[in-house]
Design a protein around this ligand. Sequence first.
Ligand SMILES: [Zn+2]
Length: 284
Amino acid sequence: MKTIKEFTLPADADARRAVAPVICYPVDTLAQPDLDAYRVARQGMALVSEVLVPPREARTVRINAGQFFRIVSIEGPQVGDLNLHNANDLSERFYSGKTRALHGTHLSTGDRLWSSFPNMRPMATITADTLDWYGFDAFGGGVHDVIGTRCDPYTNNLLSGGQYHRCCHSNLSRALAEHTGQTPAEAEHMVHDVLNVFMCTGFTRDTHQYFMKASPVRPDDYLEFYAEIDLLANLSACPGGDCSAQHSSDAAACYPLKIEVFDAPPVAGWQAPAPNGYDRSHGL
Ligand SMILES: [Zn+2]
């Protein structure tokens, strides 16, 4: 946490610190989604299915390319941990870290959820976010982050020593195992870092530690996506509830979440995202 300082301050320390930053991955060359075309299509969308995700549980939902889907808050403020897989090849999965590198720490309308190497293509595009008004608060907090991982029983064991089984990692593992016919211990290898839907997070100003605070989400809020490829979405209703105090326990008030899937007219000009163009020869 950079609290130990054992070495002498160089004479030009201020000058070195004053160097202006540059964006690691400028996105000027990235093809931007045609949001107007998505907006026209979503005006004609029709609900075809909905799935309830009980508190401290996860559920998987198949979503076809070209469908819209929403994660909806119902009953009370609740955070959801979302995994995405290519429904036809579960090894292609959401790449939280690369999505963060391209779109920043917190996502909203117009951002895309990118898949793992070697395909590295948009799996879903965010088409509506009823919490887009939140922006960043005075603490530097925002909603829908791609900086956290997912609450898990291993970190909990490391820090608290207990055996807690309702962490998002275990919830996602059980739900994925039910889909694949594997055991949760087998399926957990495919569980990956998440999009923290509705969670309000940031880094503290002094130590830059990951923080959470009560989610501003309220019933009927939703985050809406367009499926760019056939998806298996796996959503956990986090045991942290609104994540105002703690997770990895049954202490927090928890509420269900709802996944809604919609058919829609075709998005004008839309093309299925091709796998990444790198030739994979890796210099040989
Ligand atoms: Zn969680």
